[in-house]
Design a binder for this molecule. Structure first.
Ligand SMILES: *Cc1c(COP(=O)(O)O)cnc(C)c1O
Length: 373
């Protein structure tokens, strides 16, 4: 089966992991700091906090902002459940905003409509790898004194008006799951220019304990205090060794993803019944996903099945978050809440997209879809 996305692990990646295994530190060691610095350097942010997953990174961000019961955080309905779950972890209420029909990115106009006296933050999701409209989102967040968080799990390497994802919001969250741009197996990071937020997240990832074990060892001190209830959201040096090695290849991988996207775009041009999502001219799209939209739900389902029959996986990203049973049980059935998201969900399909994918897969995929539409 050809997957819709997969990791690339090369000999130097394996070597990097083995080197860490032979070193003194398997966790809370120097590779964690080195990986944080490398990602910060790449995206242009002052601080990086590496954690055990993208989900943990989102949770850290919500904790650092002090989100709690009674607080509302605006999130797009078209996202992975973890975006909204991070608000629920803190006892807050995720408020779902609709997306733009052509890009499926959170619509700033819809965000503004959802703001109440309880709103504390916005989480913008750079869906498929295309950065959101950060200029408009910044105007709204400044006007209402909200924090702007980017869920950049799809968009490491993406750019908006010349600025890199990771430097566009108050905090940006990344995931290093194997389907994402670079991998550490499981892993995540938050980048921010705000040193106080970074400090709070460092404490939160380590049980709520102030001072880290390496510093204590260096200073010959046993004393530590827990000031908050945190979690063990630490990432290992083994994982960070892999991450450092992977990051070096990111620019070439993004280029390849864009090449594949251009090939898909050309093949779908002029077809009726199916269209790729729109890439705006002021962004550099990182293409975590290549998403097409079918006019008819039936055609989407047929395409999914016929691709599968030819050994090609595709996927649907995403079911509107508030339609999941947990959200229905907790907040009630709310069909019609985000009509653009609901309609998009009926027709979208994510086609195979990963750097080592040969051009011939594009031809196979397009050929299959041509037979349907
Ligand atoms: C992958 C992903 C996450 C969660 O990341 P994990 O590392 O799998 O926990 C969160 N948000 C979005 C949009 C994602 O794609």
């Amino acid at each position: 089966m050809i997957p819709y996305g997969r990791q690339t692990i090369e000999r130097d990646d394996i070597k990097a992991v083995i080197e860490v295994l032979q070193s003194d530190w398997l966790t809370t060691g120097p590779k964690v700091t080195e990986f944080e610095k490398a990602v910060c350097g790449y995206v242009g942010a002052r601080h990086g906090v590496a954690v055990s997953s993208g989900t943990a990174a989102l949770h850290c961000a919500m904790f650092a902002l002090g989100i709690g019961p009674g607080d509302e955080v605006i999130v797009p309905a078209m996202t992975f459940v973890a975006t909204a779950n991070s608000v629920v972890y803190q006892g807050g209420t995720p408020v779902f905003a609709d997306v733009e029909p052509d890009t499926l990115l959170i619509d700033p106009v819809e965000v503004a409509k959802r703001i109440t006296a309880k709103t504390k933050a916005i989480i913008a999701v750079d869906y498929a790898g295309q950065p959101c409209r950060y200029e408009q989102l910044r105007v709204i967040s400044d006007k209402y004194h909200l924090k702007l968080v980017a869920d950049g799990c799809h968009a490491l390497g993406g750019e908006y008006k010349g600025g890199k994802v990771g430097s566009l919001a108050d905090m940006t969250v990344f995931s290093f799951h194997p389907v994402k741009h670079i991998t550490t197996g499981e892993g995540g990071m938050i980048t921010t220019d705000d040193g106080d937020l970074a400090d709070r997240m460092r404490i939160f990832r380590n049980h709520g304990i102030i001072s880290d074990p390496r510093k204590r060892m260096e200073q010959g001190s046993w004393f530590y205090e827990m000031t908050d209830i945190g979690f063990n959201y630490r990432i290992t040096d083994i994982q960070c060794g892999l991450g450092i090695s992977q990051l070096k290849k990111l620019p070439a991988w993004i280029k390849r993803r864009q090449e594949l996207a251009a090939k898909y775009d050309a093949a779908f041009m002029g077809l009726s019944g199916v269209k790729p999502l729109v890439t705006r001219s002021d962004v550099l799209h990182a293409f975590h996903l290549y998403v097409v939209r079918f006019d008819r739900s039936n055609d989407r389902n047929k395409a999914f099945n016929e691709l599968r029959a030819r050994g090609i996986s595709s996927n649907v990203h995403y079911i509107p978050v508030y339609e999941h049973p947990f959200y229905v049980n907790k907040f009630g059935k709310r069909s019609g809440l985000c009509p653009v998201t609901e309609q998009a969900y009926e027709g979208i399909l994510s086609l195979p997209m990963f750097p080592t994918m040969p051009d011939t897969v594009v031809d196979q995929v397009v050929g299959t879809i041509l037979g349907i539409c």
